[in-house]
Write a protein that binds this ligand. Sequence first.
Ligand SMILES: [Zn+2]
Length: 315
Amino acid sequence: MLLLRAVASSFPSFQNTHARRIPLKKRLATLSSSSSSSKMETTTKTIESDGTQTPLKIVQLPALSDNYVFLLHCANTKSTAVIDTPEVGPILRELKKRNWQLTHILNTHWHSDHTGGNLELKKEFPEVQIIGPRGEKAKTPGAEKIPGVDRKVEQDDVVFVGDVKLHVMDVPGHTLGHCAYYSPSANSAFVGDCVFAMGCGRVFEGTHPQMFASITKIMSLPETTKLYCAHEYTLANIKFAKSVDGQNEALLERERKCKALREKNEPTVPTTVGEEKKTNPFCRSGDEKIRKFLGMEEKRDVEVFAQLRTMKDNF
Ligand SMILES: [Zn+2]
């Protein structure tokens, strides 16, 4: 409940539409009834405060060697967004197959495996609005780090894809402007290269304290929140996680599940906040066993995190 309150205070509308008016039991029942991602497609139907249903369809596509792309479709309005654009082919094929028109591109950060398809998609869909984080600043005045960006967003801004409301969360560290998009009604967050299943993004531009704060912010969302990470790095991440937290039963159990999924070429994404808290060392710097293993019992959580991230860089 403390966590819920922490999130509710950062998202006033979440507090209004969810925490107060819909009993917790009912919300959990709604969430658990949404289908799993085994077919790389989920439909989430959530009852909003005014009693209407807002259907959001999320379609997950593999792209490049290990990226994921997510299509968000609002069935009420037919608005369709894509989270990041690593390559155009799979996105266009899926849109065509479903007869969806792209209305929004939501970029999480400037790296080309997240924005490389922006301009080509804008040619195909001239009306598309490209939305990206304000914090991704180009060095040259007038230049843009996010190709074709129409709207720059920052912490607490709201983006609507049709009837679906997404809250912008600034989560710098991997890049200086990295953001995530969080939909309370879909119980989902699109976290780019900030948090991965049992891992986290490399700290390329920001500092370890920045990245630690960003991960902590995502971990403050409700435990059932689905985290849509931008890469399939899970099996490699497990190897590192085991090297520092090898006695963790939940981690070993998850390894078995993830290996079985990957053998069938199925995704291990999305994950959830709750799963990561149990198994992701970068979300567990307060864990006594990990601290003991590192000989860092007396250190602050952020220092333990920095040590783990440095070890992973050299793993
Ligand atoms: Zn990146």
